[in-house]
Design a binder for this molecule. Structure first.
Ligand SMILES: [Zn+2]
Length: 60
């Protein structure tokens, strides 16, 4: 079984992990109600996707 010759040092491990970070979510605006929504998803505010109502949003 091939195996790595040496383990990664803590410094090397830290350098690799220093590149890992969370990024802000990508968002787009609903063309109908101009609320912030996730792209390629039904708008949570008005229930529209494109120019069609997909989901009927219940109030309260
Ligand atoms: Zn909307």
């Amino acid at each position: 079984m091939p195996n790595p010759k040496r383990r990664f040092s803590h410094a090397k491990q830290g350098k690799r992990r220093s590149q890992r970070k969370l990024t802000a979510l990508d968002t787009s605006l609903c063309p109908k109600c101009e609320e912030v929504k996730l792209p390629h998803r039904v708008c949570l505010n008005c229930g529209y996707y494109g120019n069609r109502e997909i989901v009927v949003v219940e109030e309260g």
